[in-house]
Write a protein that binds this ligand. Structure first.
Ligand code: ZN
Ligand code: ZN
Length: 347
């Protein structure tokens, strides 16, 4: 028996099996496409060279340059790209159903619920260039293009990257030194950013952009310290995996080093430097967890007398330069106390 909606039902069955919708994602003028970390706590945006994404990246594992979250290559679309793909998906389903319905010679509301049937496997790279917050001159000053020394993939980031998105490689020592250098370079570029945005008549935005760059530089500094400590610590013979992000908590991290190396942060820093670093780390914690609003825990842990409960902290470029300097001293000290690794000692 043939029914009136045969064609439509056939089409619906095909759609339920999964629809592949091709949405063209174009690369930027340098050949990069945008990606976004799917880890909800991270959502870091970065760029990868389109040619490498096709030729070098593996479908089963891509890594976040920032948090090293690992996920299949299909999980790295930016929020904006997903919006585009979803729109295209809806249009695609509507058009296929529409055609089927027409061939059933029946007028019908083609906007009937087809949403639940859309399970797209997004096979194709598709991107509309993300409208960029920063003007070209500012972006030029802040964007860092990197080629992985291990797998040779090209990627680009604003701020600091710690891991290769293609192979997950981290060069413990080089990455840290690069990161500190990058933070200082970015702080030096603040005037370029401000000038470029002011020239476009975007004064308020310019101040916001500069503030958020300074704050993300502080996060870069703490992140770089975390990653280098993780890497150094992992080189110690026979140590267990340290708790996640332990080195972002100065006293907890210090306790691990005391146990393993018999060192104290006071061996490398003056009491004043250690006090300032505690405040910077606590401020970074506030930015990440309370949007920068001072809470009781901050007041207790940082000993910072300049703020009251509920105030929004301010991070200055000078603070970040100071933090970078102190963190550099600390890591130099830790490195000097590391036992010689097997590859270092020739026997
Ligand atoms: Zn991430
Ligand atoms: Zn790599």
């Amino acid at each position: 028996m043939s029914g009136m909606f045969d064609e439509t039902l056939r089409e619906l069955r095909r759609l339920r099996g999964g629809v592949k919708v091709g949405v063209p994602i174009s690369s930027d003028e340098k050949g990069y496409i945008d990606k976004e970390c799917p880890n909800p706590e991270c959502l870091y945006s970065f760029k990868v060279m389109a040619a490498d994404w096709k030729g070098l990246f593996r479908p089963e594992a891509v890594f976040c340059p920032r948090c090293r979250h690992e996920a299949p290559s299909s999980s790295w679309f930016t929020t904006e790209q997903i919006g585009h793909v979803q729109n295209a998906g809806v249009r695609h389903v509507e058009s296929r159903l529409g055609a089927a319905l027409r061939s059933d010679a029946r007028s019908f509301n083609a906007r009937q619920p087809c949403g639940g049937l859309i399970r797209m496997s997004m096979s194709c790279p598709g991107l509309t260039p993300t409208p960029f917050l920063l003007p070209a001159a500012a972006r030029e000053a802040l964007e860092q293009e990197i080629q992985c020394e291990a797998c040779h993939a090209h990627f680009a980031v604003l701020g600091c990257a710690f891991f290769c998105p293609c192979c997950g490689h981290n060069s413990v020592d080089r990455t840290f030194d690069d990161a500190l250098h990058r933070i200082v370079t970015n702080l030096d570029a603040l005037d370029v950013v401000r000038t470029a945005m002011n020239a476009l008549g975007r004064r308020d935005e310019a101040e916001n952009a500069c503030n958020s760059l300074v704050e993300s530089s502080l996060a870069d500094c703490v992140g770089a310290f975390q990653v280098v400590c993780d890497g150094l610590y992992a080189r110690l013979p026979g140590v267990a995996q340290p708790p996640r992000n332990v080195f972002q908590r100065l006293s907890d991290g210090a306790e691990l080093w005391r146990k393993e190396l018999g060192v104290s942060y006071a061996d490398f820093l003056s009491p004043d430097e250690f006090g300032r670093l505690s405040i910077y780390f606590q401020r970074r914690h506030l930015l990440a967890h309370t949007a920068g609003l001072v809470d009781a825990e901050y007041l207790r842990k940082s000993g910072d007398m300049t703020y009251r409960h509920g105030q929004r902290i301010v991070v200055s470029p000078e603070d970040v330069r100071d933090a970078t300097h102190i963190v550099g001293k600390l890591v130099t000290g830790l490195r000097a106390r590391m036992p010689a690794s097997k590859s270092d000692s020739s026997t």
